[in-house]
Design a protein around this ligand. Sequence first.
Ligand code: 5GP
Length: 127
Amino acid sequence: MPYSYDDQNIFAKILRGEIPNDTVLETEHTLAFNDIQPQAPVHVLVIPKGAYVCHDHFALEASDAEIIDFNRAVGQICSMKNLQPGEDGAGYRTIANAGEHGVQEVPHFHIHILGGRPLGRMLSGSG
Ligand code: 5GP
């Protein structure tokens, strides 16, 4: 499906430096920053610098270099934030909302990395 990208979305403005962000990690193709309304003690948003609307758009159209860079950044952040499941059993959750049913607020692909407390079951039920 062809996607049209709205370059006025809030993450596009962050990438252009028009809006400040609390950067956690920046690489050649990826930016990660703290969510402005954290839902857990750790709540980091990871976004590609390229203009992709949602996960399937990125997965199908991004270059190998962008995809590798993005996934390595996710791994690095989990390590930096001590989220990796281990003897402490800590762990984390990654979420990528897409479109209307996914209740995506910002139409620039992003992954939420959440951790620092037990996160409950995956879906909250109806609604
Ligand atoms: P979505 O529902 O699109 O997956 O999530 C968008 C996320 O972006 C939300 O968790 C929201 O708190 C976050 N967000 C929205 N505007 C801003 C902003 O200006 N700065 C930061 N750091 N996060 C934002």
